[in-house]
Design a protein around this ligand. Structure first.
Ligand code: NDP
Length: 491
């Protein structure tokens, strides 16, 4: 690993990873890395260009054709993936430091996310030697056939992620892609490239052959667009906004790439009148404000029965005021800044629109300090379901509270969205919970907690929250092709 790097031992300054080598971008350009907690530039990484995309895709194609990864036995690949998980676990402090420097989240939050990423590599390491098809005997007695299916890697996969939780976002893609036997090009967000570059180095150190994991940082409209349009990329697995997801659908049409799209959300938290309010209130606040609301599954719409709406809204507002917002390494900090000035201005714009449209700011609603992109956790009441703050994804710490009169109205409000990613139901009655769960149009329903899941269970979106699923058996299926092989049986 590089000594004297501005970013520590895991990141090679000004370089990207192509075919097992740390190389500068073809045109020598670099991308500044900004600490969102201070607005200071803390260094620079290589800024990829279309020529770098061509090099990385060629490397991934060569690794695929030469079977550098698939040529290893399934058990070897599994053990190598496990070694990668061990290296991530051994470097958790350094990776968390990089992740938190890039994104702004407190280091303990980053550590928890990286622990989850370790689980993902281990879970999918277990899948690597369990990829097989079915067999079938076919045909009439005069001419019988024996057939079976083979599960094969889809080929070269471009893995494009958002900035909000890069180590988890990468793990949800890279772990199943490797278990399936694919070769990959990772494109982290330009807002947060550091941990992805570090991950590339750890993959090499774990023994994953050159060319199987390539990392090209760069901007979405340049590097991302070049990857999604590239004729030699077989699959794109994308996490990001619905708007960019739609552009990727267009870009991928040229060679009809396979697509997985993990897109935006506007997830409801439905509090039924019999909920345990005391237990629910702090958990609702976490469901909304964790990672400063920069989570695709954040519970941004709080739907509360009218009898308890004021009590729950006041409780969540008090809990959010008690959350300590500050610099990533300050003791006791629970929430960091937003990732960028653009994101801060976006949140300010949405809160202003909410005010103009008649919402009341129960708590928050202001930038904190003058340096760093800090914003108060914000609760809006007097919110009408037609308001922009309820319809559009803000991706920041802004909660809209809407009251309802009966459970059918609650379900209708919850489903009245172009998104369908996550949701939660809060009640003491499991029958009520399961009835509502059945009616919700969302890829995940949690009961008496907002964000619970695990690598064992798939996550993904209904409606415009995406195509396909990550995690669980569905997660690896996204990176596999199925081939039928049939042989005639001679009597
Ligand atoms: P964006 O859609 O802006 O970007 C996502 C990624 O796509 C980034 O790497 C970005 O690069 C890249 N990109 C941008 N434009 C293009 C393009 N034309 N072609 C190809 N790639 C492109 O989303 P954000 O990064 O701002 O992330 C926030 C969004 O991600 C929210 O909508 C959130 O809900 C969603 N998300 C969804 C998750 C899920 O699992 N469903 C999980 C986490 C987030 P760059 O940033 O360098 O421009």
């Amino acid at each position: 690993m590089t000594e004297n790097s501005a970013f520590g031992p895991l990141v090679h300054d000004g370089s990207m990873l192509i075919d097992g080598e740390w190389v500068p971008s073809a045109d020598g350009r670099t991308l500044p890395v900004i600490d969102p907690g201070t607005e200071e530039q803390v260094g620079a990484v290589a800024l990829g260009s279309p020529a770098d995309v061509d090099r990385a895709v060629a490397a991934a194609r060569a690794a695929h054709v030469q079977e550098r990864w698939m040529g290893m036995s399934a058990q070897q690949r599994s053990a190598t993936m496990w070694r990668l998980s061990d290296l991530i676990a051994e470097n958790v402090d350094e990776l968390a430091r990089l992740e938190s420097l890039d994104v702004g989240m407190p280091e303990p939050t980053a550590q928890a996310m990286i622990a989850e990423a370790v689980n993902m590599y281990r879970y999918f390491a277990g899948w690597a030697d369990k990829v097989y098809g079915v067999s079938a005997e076919i045909g009439p007695a005069q001419m019988r056939f024996q057939g079976f299916t083979r599960k094969e890697p889809v080929g070269v996969a471009a893995l494009i992620t958002s900035w909000n939780a890069p180590m988890i976002g990468n793990a949800m893609k890279l772990a199943p892609a490797l278990a399936a036997g694919c070769t990959t090009v990772l494109k982290p967000s330009e807002e947060a490239p550091l941990s992805t570059l570090a991950l590339g180095g750890l993959a090499l150190a774990a023994g994953i052959p050159a060319g199987v994991v390539n990392v090209v940082p760069g901007s979405g409209p340049v590097v991302g667009a070049a990857l999604t349009a590239h004729a030699d990329v077989d699959k794109v697995s994308f996490t990001g906004s619905t708007a960019v997801g739609k552009q990727i659908v267009q870009a991928a049409a040229g060679n009809l790439k396979k697509l997985s799209l993990e897109l935006g959300g506007k997830s409801p938290m439905i509090v039924l009148p019999d909920a345990d309010i005391e237990a629910a209130v702090p958990a609702l606040a976490v469901g909304m404000f964790w990672n400063s609301g920069q989570i695709c599954t954040a519970g941004t719409r709080l739907l509360v029965h009218e009898d308890i709406a004021a009590e729950v809204a006041d409780g969540v507002a008090a809990a959010s005021r008690a959350m300590k917002v500050g610099y990533r390494t300050d003791p006791g900090v629970e929430l960091g800044p937003l990732v960028s000035r653009r994101q801060l201005e976006r949140v300010e714009g949405y809160v202003a629109a909410g005010r103009e449209q008649g919402a009341t700011v129960l708590t928050g609603g202001r930038r904190l300090g003058e340096k760093g992109y800090y914003y108060e956790p914000t609760v809006l009441t007097d919110v009408d379901p037609s308001m922009t703050v309820v319809r559009e994804e803000i991706f920041g710490p802004v909660l809209g509270v809407v009251s309802y009169a009966d459970v059918d109205e609650a379900v209708a409000l919850a489903n009245d969205s172009s998104y369908g990613l996550a949701s939660s139901v809060w009640t003491r009655d499991i029958n009520n919970a399961l009835t509502v769960a059945r009616k919700l149009k969302a890829g995940r329903v949690n009961i008496n907690i907002h964000r619970a899941g695990g690598v064992q269970l798939p996550i993904g979106g209904y409606k415009q929250s995406g195509w396909g699923r990550e995690c669980g058996p569905e997660g690896i299926a996204e990176f596999l092709e199925t081939k039928s092989v049939v042989t005639r049986m001679w009597a």
